[in-house]
Design a protein. Structure first.
Length: 236
């Protein structure tokens, strides 16, 4: 997860916009007017990225709302885990892919859990419970910043990779596995789910959202090595 606050992330494109607008207008309008317009544009961009970050992240993941009662097993698991540990129940989304994967986006009061069709179809109840618990354990742990990073990445273009390298903390990504199994108390289930994911197809590559996936695209180079994560879980 990112090691920086969401507002600090949106400050990057907002600052860029401020400078571009200011330098463009300062020679054609009074300086104070140029400054005022630049500030308004920067604030508007920052507000937009914060307000629309969840929508942009879901679009980058290719997620659609999960139809109610179509997958009662996952709905029951989410409800049970949230009730047991006092977690706000999220809205459920799915991605139509054979890959076994999951993600979570949003903020403390607006959370969305994304599960691929492959995970819903190929994981048994214990494995799916482990994946759901792993994702739910992330709520409030840098998820809003991770979500905002997607929105920022779409705006800054070539600077996206630099921002991810600078602010994405791989140790926090790896620690999410351990946090997840503390909810289920059964590490082998998550290890087996990750092994199935490793043996199957990977989700489509989208550079701006790779860090949100539990597994992610194999060639993205964002997540910690899957084999190391599996070994860690086997040792717990």
């Amino acid at each position: 997860m990112p090691s920086v606050a969401p507002r600090a992330l949106v400050a990057i494109p907002a600052a860029i916009a401020f400078l571009v607008v200011l330098l463009t207008l300062v020679f054609v309008v009074p300086p104070l007017l140029a400054l005022a317009v630049a500030i308004i544009v920067a604030v508007a961009i920052g507000w937009f990225l914060l307000a629309r970050s969840s929508t942009l992240a879901l679009a980058a993941l290719g997620a659609e709302p999960l139809e109610e009662a179509i997958h009662p097993r996952v709905e029951s698991l989410v409800e049970s885990i949230c009730a047991s540990f006092g977690i706000t129940e999220p809205l459920l989304y799915s991605v139509d892919t054979d890959a076994i994967d999951a993600a979570v986006v949003g903020s403390a009061d607006d959370t969305r859990l994304v599960i691929t069709r492959g995970a819903l179809d190929k994981l048994d109840r214990l494995e799916l419970e482990a994946v759901v618990a792993r994702e739910l354990s992330l709520f409030g742990n840098g998820i809003q910043a991770a979500t905002v990073m997607v929105a920022v990445g779409k705006v800054v273009g070539p600077l996206r990779a630099t921002i991810q390298d600078r602010f994405l903390d791989g140790r926090r990504l790896a620690r999410a596995d351990v946090d997840g199994v503390q909810l289920t108390r059964y590490p082998p289930a998550l290890a087996t789910a990750l092994e199935k994911a490793r043996a199957g197809a990977a989700v489509e590559h989208d550079p701006v959202s790779c860090h949100l996936w539990m597994v992610g695209p194999a060639r993205a180079g964002v997540q910690p090595l899957l084999v190391e994560r599996i070994d860690t879980l086997r040792e717990l």
